[in-house]
Design a protein around this ligand. Structure first.
Ligand code: ADP
Ligand code: MG
Ligand code: ZN
Length: 695
């Protein structure tokens, strides 16, 4: 198994669960594998197929997904084809004849392909096993139900003795049971990993009145990288994309209203790294296997956590750190509720409301985001500690807003619980609008009692009251209602507070210094990859993933053996593009030593000996902060990878609160301050690497 892993796929080790799942398949068992995005599910069925005589039939919901998989297999020297309505009749006929003559290892098809004719055709072929990819499409409880997937319940009738291997990344326990039952897979044959992604950094923020700046600030941190921005409406995608292009970003809008040709063209350019950012509705969804998506930004709340998880899951398939940001507001929930308001009351409708509300709870929670998501899918995981905004949020200073909350709630009551947020705020701020005068609300005791806050600040107070469930929305009219909790606040039985930062609406700093240009060596390799991809007419990330390219940039292999030792390089790729890359690496390594001084290289050699930060500092008789500077430089110049850097600085992160706390408790002395300065700069360094910190 390991030989095949290296020879055909270029990897040196299995990822968790892969080996176990492959053994099950080789033992001809049915299995359902539930593994997060990017865990390498494809390899689980591809590798054992190479050890079997017959053909493996892969059922997949989307042509784009199939195309990518096939391109990747072919580049690895493995014969795969698809039969689809996209191909001409001749092409499909040719594939069928290859199938019958055992000239294929993989056949990809959509579930609607199972006509009587096709079934009897397959019955006369030696099939290793069926793969049902994206198996959550089987379930009505999932978020991407497909009627044709339901028919796969007949697979075991049509092909009694052919095993089934089903795969999905997103399945609540309910969906999981549904898949097992539909495909008739024994529940003991389930392999499930916890729903968690350790290379996604999750941030959720209230969408402020300055949302465009929030977006620009986020994008500035990811210049020249691939990413997706999800918007709610088509119109928003076009407006935002135009705005961002003016700001110098390379984006395109994408939605279901565009002509098919244009959509395909955009999709292709994105895959080929010619467009950095796609600003899309959720129409830009399944079928994106692009592995180097570095960020996903939602400008409003998705309908369900399943959708959200699937959408953020598109980031970081290659395992490198990726960043996701959700901008939300209470109004998102209300806007989305409006879509189903007309439906008759039913379990279905209630279910939609429930899911929507869960999504809102997620957005407004102060718990670990990863933990919250895992729990939603029925898994218990520990707090991530360092991969979400909530875990990293140190105790933020808060302010008491009980009085403002009381004013707001009073205004809701006095105006008869018949109005929305804006109207209430206008009353509080003493607006002279005609409506207010017409209703004689300018005569109310609450009129004009809220001039101390701006409109935006009142909106934040209102959001906060929704967050703590001290206000409700009338589902029919969208007006704000009070509830038991509002009354408790009025009676001062409970107080309300809010993070100080949230209430201080300061303009986000003007565009930050854009992130450093990526390492030159990496860029050179990236260019080479792009030109090879173009020649072979496949997306760049299929030639090599970013992860493989990073390793190459670090090691600069100069021989075939060195090249082959890189994860992601197998025999086929050595043959097809080894010479190109090796000669480029040789050129690059001549240029390389100039860039780093001796002192960095000395630190580097200690890093390579797995010495800790402390040890390196002692051995080199240099301050830790100096060593940190070296580490940062080494990482920027791709001498060490991000994981190494993380593992070196990790112990520092863990120490932080304890040490500082102790010092303060013991009472700082003047002579300590010098030490403190050095210590502090080292911690500050964690959060602001590559900046000069002078205290
Ligand atoms: P999934 O379908 O689970 O989302 P994929 O099958 O698309 O994931 O694989 C995600 C990425 O992981 C791909 O770039 C793939 O080449 C890579 N990968 C798969 N198996 C391994 C492995 N054993 N070692 C390193 N990378 C791997
Ligand atoms: Mg997959
Ligand atoms: Zn967390």
């Amino acid at each position: 198994m390991r030989e095949i892993l290296k020879e055909h796929f270029g990897f040196n080790d299995f990822k968790p669960i892969q080996e176990k799942a492959i053994k099950e398949i080789l033992a001809k068992k049915d299995i359902l594998v539930v593994l997060p995005t990017g865990s390498g599910k494809s390899l689980i069925y591809q590798l054992p197929s190479l050890m079997m005589d017959g053909i493996t039939v892969v059922i997949s919901p989307l042509i784009a997904l199939m195309q990518d998989q096939i391109a990747a297999l072919e580049l690895n020297g493995i014969k795969a084809k698809m039969i689809s309505s996209n191909n001409t009749a001749q092409e499909n006929a040719k594939t069928i004849s290859k199938l019958q003559n055992k000239k294929l290892k993989f056949l990809y098809i959509a579930p609607e392909r199972f006509t009587d004719n096709f079934i009897s055709l397959l019955q006369n072929v030696e099939i290793n096993f069926f793969v049902v990819d994206e198996a959550h499409c089987v379930s009505e409880w999932g978020h991407e139900f497909r009627v044709d997937y339901r028919k796969l319940s007949h697979l075991k009738v049509w092909f009694k003795n052919t095993p089934i291997a089903a795969f999905t990344a997103t399945a609540t326990k309910m969906v999981q049971d549904d898949i097992l039952q539909t495909l008739k897979i024994d529940k003991n044959n389930l392999l499930r990993a916890k729903t968690t992604r350790d290379n996604l950094y999750i941030t959720v923020r209230k969408r402020g009145s300055n949302s465009k700046e929030q977006i620009v600030n986020f994008l500035n941190k990811h210049k020249n990288q691939s990413g997706i921005i999800y918007c709610f409406t088509r119109n928003e995608t076009e407006k935002l994309s135009a705005f961002l292009n003016k700001k110098g970003f390379n984006t395109k809008a994408y939605h279901a209203g565009l002509p098919v040709n244009e959509k395909n063209q955009i999709f292709k350019s994105f895959k080929n790294d010619e467009i950095d950012t796609i600003v899309a509705t959720i129409a830009f969804g399944m079928g994106i296997d692009k592995s180097n998506i570095r960020y996903v930004l939602h400008t409003s709340m998705p309908k369900t956590l399943e959708n959200y998880y699937q959408e953020i899951g598109r980031a970081g398939r290659d395992g490198l750190m990726s960043y996701v940001l959700l901008l939300y507001s209470k109004s998102d929930e209300i806007a989305k509720r409006a879509f189903v308001e007309e439906l008759e009351d039913s379990e279905y409708k209630q279910n939609i409301y429930k899911k929507l509300h869960q999504m809102y709870r997620y957005a407004s929670t102060s718990q670990c985001r990863h933990k919250f998501i895992a729990k939603y899918f029925g898994d218990e995981v520990d707090e991530c500690k360092s991969l979400c905004d909530n875990c990293l949020k140190e105790d933020k200073p808060t302010v008491d807003i009980t009085i403002e909350a009381q004013k707001f709630i009073s205004a809701v009551i006095r105006t008869g619980e018949r109005f929305g947020q804006n109207y209430i705020i206008d009353v509080l701020r003493g607006s002279k609008s005609k409506r207010i005068v017409d209703f004689s609300h300018d005569k109310l005791s609450v009129y004009g009692i809220g001039e101390e806050f701006s409109k935006e600040q009142w909106a934040i107070v209102c959001e906060r009251l929704f967050d703590v469930e001290a206000l409700d929305i009338d589902s029919e009219f969208g007006s704000i209602k009070i509830n038991a909790k509002s009354k408790q606040i009025l009676k001062k039985e409970i107080s309300v507070d809010i993070a100080k930062e949230e209430l201080e609406i300061k303009k986000a700093p003007k565009t930050q210094k854009s992130s450093q240009p990526k390492d030159e060596i990496f860029e050179k390799l990236r260019e080479k990859r792009a030109s090879l991809a173009k020649e072979q007419n496949v997306p760049a990330y299929i030639v090599f993933s970013d992860k493989t390219l990073e390793e190459m940039a670090r090691k600069l292999p100069k021989t075939k053996e060195e090249f082959l030792s890189i994860a992601g390089v197998g025999e086929a790729k050595l043959k097809s593009c080894g010479d190109d890359f090796i000669s480029l690496c040789k050129e690059l390594s001549i240029a390389k030593p100039k860039t780093l001084g001796k002192t960095y290289l000395e630190t580097l050699s200690l890093v390579k000996e797995n010495k800790t930060l402390q040890e390196i500092s002692e051995i080199r008789e240099l301050k830790i902060v100096t060593i940190l500077h070296h580490i940062d430089k080494l990482s920027q110049e791709a001498f060490i990878d991000k994981e190494t850097k993380e593992s070196i600085i990790k112990p520092l992160k863990q120490q932080f609160p304890k040490e500082i706390k102790e010092w303060i408790e013991q009472g700082l002395k003047i002579e300590d301050i010098k030490t403190l300065r050095d210590e502090l700069s080292k911690y500050l360094y964690l959060f602001m690497p590559s900046q000069d910190i002078t205290l």
